[in-house]
Write a protein that binds this ligand. Structure first.
Ligand code: KIV
Ligand code: ZN
Length: 498
């Protein structure tokens, strides 16, 4: 039988605690509305007592968002609870999230207390919160490092006091997946009233195990997962929403869990949060990283082109990404090049493809990645390979205390000619050398250099316009060496006269 897992998003609370990620109220409302559209069940909108800004955001989000439960965080302190209740007064479905540390460290070194007193404070906080709202979630901070037997006693008592959800955070990200799963199982099997509350996971990623722990928690009985978009959060972050949602979706046949997440909105929401919070997504981040659906090795590209499933377990469309990308690099094969050229509208015979592939490899050796613009240029240059005037060799000398000098060797109708000249710069010197060879009076009317894409390793594009006997001729070339591109563009234009 399918079981529904509730998604509790804490991007606006735990996520927003990250230095530099703070949002203003308008931005928080924007994120909350995106989370609502994404299908999250509970939005933790803030920690109302922590600042007037957080208070205001919880108030405004409660008004602007209607379907999900809106939750406000508190410590197990009366004043915190009162302020949270006030901030949530406009929420259609308010929840107070209160709690206290339960691990040996927290009890003794943070709270300067003892286990019995902690249970009493926990009970009192839940009871007090229930005076304001019907939905109260209790968190046992540092539950990941709390002894199971004691944790079970705390959980039993807070449920008796009225908690509707019991949150078992691995606050320090220390638990192993097997350990965390057993902890949840222990609570399911040893807390007599556990059927009266939902168990929640809240895992941090200090050792990179947040998602694994969360999933193991669900497998062992948790039915709420606390997550953030892009996994942002304190230190190494929280469990990421997109990972959990896609694990449950793609392994549905094995696990039989569903969520209310509209996965097609994942990518859009991820990018929105990343840009509002100024928090770039690491390129290899699962599900939403720039490279999550990009294939760069020849073997993988060939495999994906034959059948996407050969190397992809998720259809990129399922997370709102239009298509997988084939990244063209020096490791790409003919299949990938052909595929991209097909997409760009170039249909080549096998021999032509072999030729273009050699040019492609030469370019790819100079550049890290070949983009569509580069391919367009390559195809343009390739089509001109049968030109009767062609640059064979170019050598330039330039610098601070030297006379710019260029030596060019040009092949004209099958015969090679060499010339050397100086000029007021390397391009001027090279153009002069070319002019000596062609023995025609040409005037340079326009000369334009453009970088095709960003980066110092990218292709430079050169357009020239020359005049000969009152007639204008245009030339074009592109090369990672801008001087070579200039001379080739010049010869391209001259070639049209000769
Ligand atoms: O990590 C944690 O323990 C928390 C609680 C406040 C829920 O964020
Ligand atoms: Zn946390």
């Amino acid at each position: 039988m399918d079981e529904r897992v509730y998604v509790f998003d804490t991007t606006l609370r735990d996520g927003e605690q990250v230095p530099g990620c703070q949002l203003n109220t308008v931005e928080k409302i924007e994120v909350a509305q995106a989370l609502e559209a994404l299908g999250v069940d509970i939005i933790e909108a803030g920690f109302p007592i922590s600042s007037p800004g957080d208070f205001k955001s919880v108030v405004e989000i409660s008004k602007a968002v209607t379907r999900p439960v809106i939750c406000g965080l508190t410590r197990a302190i009366k004043k915190d609870i009162e302020v949270a209740a006030e901030a949530l007064q406009h929420a259609r479905r308010p929840r107070i999230h209160t709690g206290i540390g339960t691990s040996y460290y927290h009890i003794h070194y943070k709270l300067n207390s003892n286990p019995e007193e902690i249970i009493e404070r926990a009970r009192a906080a839940v009871k007090y919160a229930r005076k304001f709202v019907d939905d109260v979630e209790f968190y046992a901070e540092d539950a990941g490092r709390t002894e199971n037997e004691y944790l079970a006693r705390v959980v039993e008592e807070v449920i008796k006091a009225g908690a509707t959800v019991v949150n078992i955070p691995d606050t320090t990200g220390y638990a192993l997946p097997e350990e965390f799963g057993s902890k949840i199982r222990y609570l399911v099997e040893n807390v007599p009233n556990i059927d009266k509350a939902v168990i929640s996971t809240h895992c941090h990623n200090d050792l990179g195990m947040a998602t694994a722990n969360t999933i193991n928690g669900v497998i062992n009985g948790a039915r709420q997962v606390e997550v953030t978009i892009n996994g942002i959060g304190e230190r190494a972050g929280n469990t990421s929403l997109e990972e959990v949602a896609m694990i449950l979706k793609s392994r549905y046949k094995d696990l039989h869990f569903t969520t209310g997440i509209n996965t097609k909105k994942i990518y859009k929401t991820s990018r929105m949060v990343s840009s509002l919070m100024n928090m770039p997504v690491q390129p290899n981040k699962a599900i939403v990283g720039r490279n999550a659906f990009a294939h760069s090795s020849g073997i993988h590209q060939d495999g994906v082109l034959k059948k996407r499933e050969n190397y992809e377990i998720i259809n990129p469309k399922d997370v709102g990404i239009k298509e997988s990308s084939i990244v063209l690099t020096a490791r790409s094969g003919r299949a990938a090049l052909k595929h991209r050229l097909d997409v760009l509208g170039y249909t080549l015979s096998k021999n032509a493809l072999d030729d273009v592939y050699q040019h492609f490899l030469e370019l790819a050796d100079k550049k890290k990645e070949i983009k569509d613009e580069d391919l367009e240029v390559l195809m343009g240059t390739f089509k001109k390979e049968d030109r009767h005037i062609k640059l064979e060799r170019l050598q330039v000398l330039s610098g601070k205390s030297v006379f710019p000098t260029a030596m060019v060797r040009v092949r004209i109708n099958g015969e090679s000619f060499t010339s050397t000249s100086t000029g007021n710069g390397p391009i001027d010197a090279a153009f002069s050398a070319v002019k000596q060879l062609i023995k025609r009076k040409v005037t340079l009317e326009e000369f334009l250099i453009q970088a095709i894409t960003k980066g110092s390793d990218d292709l430079g594009k050169v357009h020239v316009q020359i005049e000969n006997r009152g007639q204008t001729y245009y030339g074009f070339s592109a090369n990672t060496d801008i001087i070579t591109a200039s001379v080739e563009a010049f010869l391209d234009a001259i070639g049209k006269i000769v």
